[in-house]
Design a protein around this ligand. Sequence first.
Ligand SMILES: Cc1cc2nc3c(=O)[nH]c(=O)nc-3n(C[C@H](O)[C@H](O)[C@H](O)COP(=O)(O)OP(=O)(O)OC[C@H]3O[C@@H](n4cnc5c(N)ncnc54)[C@H](O)[C@@H]3O)c2cc1C
Length: 418
Amino acid sequence: MHLVVGLGMSGIGAVRALQEAGQNWCAVEAQGTPGGWSQSRNVSGYRLDYGPHIMLDFDDALRRWMAVEADLTFRQHGSKSVFFCDVAGRPFPVPLPLGDNIADLPSVPLPDFPLNGAPTYLSYLVDSFGPEVAARFLIPYDQKRLCVDLDALPPKWNHRVLPAGKAKVGESSYLYPVDVGVGALSQYLLSGLNPNRLRYHKRLVRLSLDKKKAWFSDGSVARFASLISSLPLPEFLNLIEEQPFDPAETKAALPYARSDLTYLAVRAPWAQEYDFARFASRQVPFHRLTVLSAYADNCCPPDETLLMLETNSSPEAQDRVMADPRKAMDQLIDLGMFDHNTELRFSHKTQVEHSAIFMNAKTPDFLTRVKDRLAASDIHLIGKFGRWEDMLMGRALKSGISAVGLQDPDGPATRGRR
Ligand SMILES: Cc1cc2nc3c(=O)[nH]c(=O)nc-3n(C[C@H](O)[C@H](O)[C@H](O)COP(=O)(O)OP(=O)(O)OC[C@H]3O[C@@H](n4cnc5c(N)ncnc54)[C@H](O)[C@@H]3O)c2cc1C
């Protein structure tokens, strides 16, 4: 039996590919519904995605493979993004492309960048975008988002870090399901499969590499021919009975940041030209604002605007910078997004561990050793934790498919329809 652990996008890709290949499989998911991060939850009548979760990285081949469009319609959205930087100590919005739109800003003295050593992510940003765009926008933004010293990161630590010359930022176009939340996508992707093979509220709690045996939260035990996991890698390694890796080494080699998400619904139409904002400004605690009601139909009453704010911190941080909803609202008023008397109708907060993952110098070698050791027991890692990179939904789905078919995750999903 092939055991899939975790039914986020990547686990869903794996179980569908196993089904197509006629294999004997079973999947366990800790939560009561599939989708992992890519799910929608109803809270007090508001439909909240577990992050912005616009559909990025879904090419035509992947859409054909998904075969859900008889039931689910996707709308293509073009988005407008702004970056807030500090001008005279105040946050100021600059539309994309940044390079074309900073000419009118008053010039500021640029810091000296230590660019003479080995290339790093910081030198990559300066070389790709120019010192002014890097210093005013991208470096302070990524410091807030990643919560690490950018000079310690390798230049291209991620598939999403674009080659110089093609470098751009922001979501120019994306898909989103019409009338429903993004969570509907996972439900439809699993709808043709045997429900008895999909076990919810069942958590992997222990694993033996030598015995190829898994223990679960309901007390059951299973032997597996192969195991495909999308669990956060530090947590997964912690479950292994043989403890092949030193926990201190794991912690040092697998760095990540975590997110606090704050949702606000206000009784006012959204009157700004943009629907995504990033905050390089040090005056604002959150790093990204998304206007969910700009693309998610029926997520809130028609006379309201539903917003989501993201604030990241490192796991070591003692105090999580969780935006207080009332203070966050005051901040949005201060930024000129709403009038002083705008009514806050709803707020909700949640947290996401391992939300932003990144590589340091130790990561690639450690990952190779981990993957080799696990592969010897027919255990395969999928999703962003498998490649230890900040991948998007479409690519996560492909990584599950490719783990079964041994295809290149960056290539098209070439299997036939269900
Ligand atoms: C805040 C945020 C915003 C994002 N916004 C976007 C966006 O707008 N567009 C986009 O394309 N991508 C976005 N992403 C990225 C996207 O969410 C991921 O690429 C994708 O969802 C990852 O899927 P996955 O299957 O690898 O992991 P996950 O979705 O994390 O799936 C892992 C699954 O394993 C389960 N699990 C964990 N432990 C156990 C256990 N012990 N036993 C059994 N099951 C377990 C979890 O419950 C979960 O369902 C965002 C991510 C974050 C964090």
